[in-house]
Design a protein around this ligand. Structure first.
Ligand SMILES: O=C(CO)[C@H](O)[C@H](O)COP(=O)(O)O
Length: 224
């Protein structure tokens, strides 16, 4: 309950960053769902929103926000999303809800990335409180897992109701624990190069510019 209250508070704070009559990229997950509830109040001033998942698109649409395809815009001035972890340099682990690929695409064309997260997600060492998700082409999940073991990780195919979890892109997710994320940019590039990897949920090459960190009673702004 306390976490939900904090997520709501950050979402309420974050709408102050939304530019009048412009486009915006919107992430996925429970924190972002609170943000979308807030966006409803200013839907008239949002030119269009690019959604990072089908679930987000559905909720935006329901809240009267104009949902557009990324192909309709050249670039986005702002992308707001949450993360599973963020470190003191703005590098994030994302993909806990499985939307990492679309999130990374939107992040790559966005001028500014704001991460909204509760304090518990701010970590010193990435990968200690959550696994690193990797979206993979289904036929390559085993070969990729073997390569991840060679890199020192413990890969696990993500399941839902006993069957592989299927992403919006009809792919699987391999969640890896145990990797030492000492050089995140190098690790992101290394994993990206394994054949069959669609996206690794390490956001080091394009990290957050700002984090709005939800504390118990207020929001702290971190600039990177
Ligand atoms: O990366 C994500 C989705 O792929 C989310 O941002 C991350 O999982 C955090 O989710 P929540 O806001 O529910 O804690």
């Amino acid at each position: 309950m306390e976490t939900e209250k904090i997520k709501k508070m950050i979402a309420n704070y974050a709408i102050n960053y939304i530019l009048n009559n412009d486009y915006i990229g919107i992430g996925s997950g429970s924190t972002i769902n609170f943000l979308i509830d807030e966006l409803k109040k200013i839907s008239y001033s949002i030119k269009g929103a690019v959604a990072s998942s089908r679930a987000t698109a559905k909720k935006l649409y329901k809240n009267g926000i104009n949902v557009i395809e990324l192909n309709q815009v050249y670039h986005l001035p702002l992308y707001i999303d949450s993360a599973d972890e963020i470190n003191e340099n703005g590098i994030m682990i994302k993909g806990g809800k499985g939307a990492l690929t679309r999130e990374k695409i939107i992040a790559s064309v966005s001028e500014k990335i704001i991460c909204i997260a509760e304090e518990s997600k701010l970590v010193k060492y990435l990968g200690n409180t959550c696994p690193l998700p990797i979206e993979v082409i289904p036929m390559a999940s085993s070969s990729i897992s073997r390569k991840l073991i060679k890199l020192g990780g413990n890969p696990n195919l993500r399941l839902k109701n006993g069957k592989p979890f299927i992403t919006d892109n009809f792919c699987f997710i391999v969640d890896v624990t145990g990797l030492k994320i000492i050089n995140p940019i190098y690790l992101e590039k290394t994993i990206n190069q394994i054949p069959g990897v669609v996206t690794v949920g390490l956001f080091a090459i394009r990290k957050a510019d700002i984090c709005l960190l939800g504390l118990r009673n207020n929001v702290k702004k971190l600039l990177f």
